[in-house]
Design a protein around this ligand. Structure first.
Ligand SMILES: Cc1cc2nc3c(=O)[nH]c(=O)nc-3n(C[C@H](O)[C@H](O)[C@H](O)COP(=O)(O)O)c2cc1C
Length: 162
């Protein structure tokens, strides 16, 4: 049976929500690992499939995700890989953010790779964060939403491996 690990980092809950939705949608044994809650990295040798997810702030994925990929790249390139981001841009800009978020060697081998959209909850943001996101949304006329369809498609791709 397939054995999958979803590794993620979430600042205000959107990535966590998407990781949990993937967990519900995927076949086989699936574990979740929130990198913000762990001191010791998970043992990757126990898994054949690894999904990595993070969110974008000022064009960049969280350091904890970038550092995890860099530190484990030799093990990760031997796995079935899925990569996702949460962000509020869509189209070309979101694709560029997705490309920049992960190492080239993982982007090249990823079986599923997508952006799932984003959320802005002003109650969870500080003043500066509210100003930054308000400006982004107004300047680009962004429609801020999550795509459950994309998560379902991603989960199907990752589930249909063997
Ligand atoms: C301060 C700040 C900066 C952000 N910068 C970007 C950005 O550069 N590009 C983008 O597409 N989304 C950006 N976002 C949107 C987040 O990626 C989005 O809110 C996402 O849902 C956050 O997920 P998380 O709460 O699970 O970390 C930003 C959000 C905040 C609060």
């Amino acid at each position: 049976m397939k054995n999958s690990l979803i590794i993620f980092a979430s600042d205000h809950g959107t990535v966590e929500k998407c990781a949990k939705e993937l967990f519900l949608q995927m076949d086989g044994k699936v574990d979740l690992c929130n990198l913000y809650n762990r001191k010791i990295n998970p043992d990757l040798s126990a898994y054949d499939t690894i999904i990595i997810g993070g969110s974008i702030r000022s064009g960049k994925i969280q350091d904890v995700i970038a550092e995890f990929c860099e530190a484990n790249i030799s093990k990760l390139i031997q796995k079935n890989i899925g990569l996702f981001i949460n962000c509020i841009y869509s189209g070309e800009k979101a694709l560029k953010q997705l490309e920049d978020a992960y190492p080239v060697s993982l982007n090249e081998i990823a079986i599923a790779r997508d952006y799932f959209g984003g959320e802005i909850d002003n109650l969870k943001l500080n003043y500066l964060e509210r100003m930054i996101t308000k400006q982004m949304i107004e300047q680009e006329n962004l429609i801020v939403k999550l795509s459950k369809d994309k998560i379902i498609r991603f989960a199907k791709k990752m589930s249909n491996l063997q």
